[in-house]
Design a protein around this ligand. Structure first.
Ligand code: BDP
Length: 708
């Protein structure tokens, strides 16, 4: 009897636990429901290289999980899935599929016949393409697409699809809201956590092929021999998944690590130091990707410390990396200490003149907007303005300015908005930011998109279940910047939660409006940079006492008794002139423009009549209130979806929405209280007064807010 009880208990422990904690991301591979047929019977893979082994393992894992049967790698049977390249697989070579459109990293998936047997082939020119094809094939099943007559060709439109980790060597993550860093620097290179492999699997599944391991506010120790060995261990783990490692390089490292007196990029000793450093790194990591650099920005050292230009700095590093095939991603997020000019204009002003001066292995990495990852920004005017320089897009995946990990904001919709914006480069319509980034406008082959990661040690990786969608959407849009964020949300929701249409449709709708909702309750009508000091958590529109004018929210909203908004027209900072005339025209006229950008570009009287017929003052209050009440709608919607979601993840999301509802009201009340103290106008009829006094909101302090 006792033996029987023990056996039953052991069996129960071995059974898959129903509860889900989000660790599996969109790669859950739970059995499909009856009625959806997976024809696959076996996997045929002859490849012996690490990416092909990883591809076969992933396919085995995915197919076995999804079909609920053991699907082995081995014998060729009817409906086998054959994977490989023409050189690794005799079967693929025999079938000789047309791989011309698959390029270096793409793939084809095709149902066909081999010796009169029905088979599915996943083929590519290179091993990594096979792995990407496997993930695509699994996605078809995960999203319940028909598998009977497949004929898919896909290849990435952008070459470098890179995560930027703002992770520090002490384990903290700048702007990280998902726990500490996943890099266990102390125990590397010896201890290689399984989580590193799962990280690589997740990234490869969306086509991410690079990762910058350390913060752009970097520490020269990352370039020391001990840390190069640690980085090499991570590179070894990621290599089978097609992911290269990069490091943020501190510009003054020749001084701090090398003991030199200067980091002047034109100094021969400095140049020699970087060359030797590059040689040392490549000896340990032959496929090292290169350097990301934040220079002369927010106190970081850079070439301007020596009266040299950004191009001088970037080209020195490029020269050191070039013999090894490495590249430099030089960030354009700069605003100078001396210049009192509109911060919006500074990156463009510094970089535009350098167009054509960068070495051919340098990309200039530009944030999506000219200020700083605000809930809404017009696209950065540098896109389309530097035809001779490959411009790399930098998105922020971590939600520094959008409510950390407790507010639900699907950023796929934000990324798509930025990518679809028309730069009218060369005066031509249709030269969107996406096309500039893809290199299609100016014929660049070196192209890239970066995303500031939202990954940490939290069990669910991203701090919240819905923040996983932002990592996912980033990867998908980096692969194809012209993809639809709605379709991506649809895939994600199916893979992460459920394929039930009664779940998918409302969730996707909710995701698609969620970022607008955040913009409404934080920064309506083009307002920006109103977050509280340092941590950027919660409202601080009253802040006016910081050292630099352009760190203060009052600098950005410029509200007084008469009106509000930043005049970036000719009458003001004239930042509008940095856009091509056709792009500028879209924002030039308050009467006709998209009012979601109104106060970004115009200083407008409170009594101005907006399109709704209300006064601007009333519209500000109404939009803040709408944002707050839309969160209540999201919360109710999620509550109605309880039957479709496992208990733990349902509760986790519900709790976050409760927090978001409370904080959206806080944003609304604090902002309305503050702006009313300036506008001195009554609230529109039917809108109740803020719950607490302005003094109360101003007194709130958050000394331990994360990510700061
Ligand atoms: C800002 C962040 C800051 C970063 C900086 C950057 O607040 O932590 O260091 O951007 O991108 O958004 O360099």
């Amino acid at each position: 009897m006792l033996r029987w009880i023990v056996a039953v208990c052991a069996l129960m422990l071995a059974l898959p636990v129903q509860a889900e904690d989000g660790y599996d991301l969109w790669q859950r591979y739970r059995p499909v429901e009856a009625g959806y047929a997976i024809p696959a019977t076996s996997i045929v893979s002859e490849g012996t290289t690490p990416p092909l082994i990883a591809a076969a393992q992933e396919l085995e894992r995915g197919l076995s999980g999804l079909s609920g049967k053991v699907i082995e790698v081995g014998t060729l049977r009817d409906n086998a899935v054959i994977i490989g390249t023409p050189s690794s697989s005799a079967a693929i070579a025999l079938l000789n599929p047309d791989l011309t459109k698959a390029g270096e990293e793409g793939f084809i998936i095709r149902t066909t016949r081999l010796n009169d047997r029905p088979v599915t082939i996943i083929a590519a020119n290179r091993d990594i393409g096979v792995l990407y094809g496997v993930f695509e094939y699994l996605k078809l099943i995960q999203t319940r697409q028909p598998l009977t007559s497949l004929n898919i060709t896909d290849a990435p439109k952008v070459k470098l699809r890179v995560l930027n980790h703002w992770d520090n060597l002490d384990g903290s993550v700048e702007r990280g809201y998902a726990g500490t860093t996943i890099w266990d620097w102390w125990k590397l290179p010896d201890v290689r956590h399984p989580r590193y492999t799962d990280y690589a699997r997740a990234n490869a599944s969306v086509g991410i092929n690079g990762t910058v391991l350390n913060n752009v506010n970097s520490n020269a120790v990352s370039l020391s021999p001990a840390y190069i060995a640690k980085t090499a261990a991570l590179a070894d783990t990621f290599r089978p998944y097609g992911i290269k490692v990069y490091l943020s390089a501190r510009f003054s490292a020749p001084i701090e690590e090398g003991g030199l007196k200067t980091a002047d990029p034109l100094d021969p000793q400095v140049r020699a130091w970087w060359k030797a450093k590059a040689d040392e790194i490549y000896a340990a990591i032959p496929d090292f990707g290169g350097f990301l650099v934040k220079a002369n920005s927010e106190g970081q050292p850079g070439p301007q410390d020596y009266k040299r230009s950004h191009a001088d700095g970037a080209n020195m590093l490029a020269e050191a990396l070039k013999p090894h095939g490495g590249i430099v991603m030089w960030r354009a997020f700069v605003y100078s200490h001396e210049k009192p000019d509109d911060r919006h204009k500074q990156a463009y002003d510094e970089f535009k003149a350098l167009d054509g001066q960068f070495a051919d292995n340098v990309l200039v990495q530009v944030k999506n907007g000219a200020i700083d990852f605000q809930p809404r920004e017009p696209f950065h005017p540098m896109f389309g303005a530097m035809p001779k320089t490959p411009l790399m897009m930098e998105f922020q995946i971590t939600k520094e300015y959008l409510g950390f990990s407790t507010h639900l904001a699907y950023l796929g919709q934000y990324y798509e908005e930025a990518l679809k914006a028309d730069t009218f480069a060369g005066g031509k319509a249709g030269n969107t930011v996406a096309k500039v980034v893809e290199g299609a406008v100016d014929n660049h082959t070196l192209t890239g998109i970066a995303g500031v990661a939202n990954i940490g040690m939290d069990r669910n990786w991203s701090g919240s279940d819905f923040d996983q969608a932002n990592w996912y959407a980033f990867g998908r849009l980096a692969w194809n910047p012209q993809a639809s964020s709605r379709a991506i949300a649809d895939d994600w929701a199916r893979m992460t939660f459920s394929n039930d249409p009664a779940f998918v449709a409302p969730v996707v709708d909710m995701m698609m409006t969620s970022r607008e909702t955040v913009a409404d309750y934080m920064t309506p009508l083009g307002l920006h940079h109103l977050m509280d000091t340092g941590h950027h958590y919660g409202p601080g529109p009253w802040v006016d006492n910081l050292e630099r004018a352009d760190w203060n929210p009052v600098y950005y909203h410029k509200a007084d008794i008469n009106g509000i908004g930043f005049d970036r027209m000719k009458t003001g900072s004239n930042a509008i002139a940095q856009y091509t005339p056709k792009a500028a025209k879209l924002w030039a006229e308050p009467k006709t423009m998209d009012e979601r950008y109104l106060l970004w570009f115009h200083h407008v009287p409170w009594d101005y009549k907006v399109k709704s017929g209300r006064t601007l003052w009333d519209e500000v209050v109404v939009t803040y209130s709408k944002g707050a009440s839309d969160v209540t709608t999201m919360r109710n919607r999620w509550a109605s979806l309880k039957p479709y979601v496992d208990a733990d993840r349902f509760e986790a999301v519900a709790t976050n929405l409760m927090i978001q509802e409370r904080e959206a009201r806080w944003w609304r009340d604090a902002s309305v209280a503050y702006f009313q103290s300036i506008s001195k106008r009554p609230l529109p009829a039917g809108y109740s007064a803020p719950e607490k006094t302005l003094e109360y909101y101003r007194s709130l302090k958050f000394p331990y807010a994360p990510g700061n």
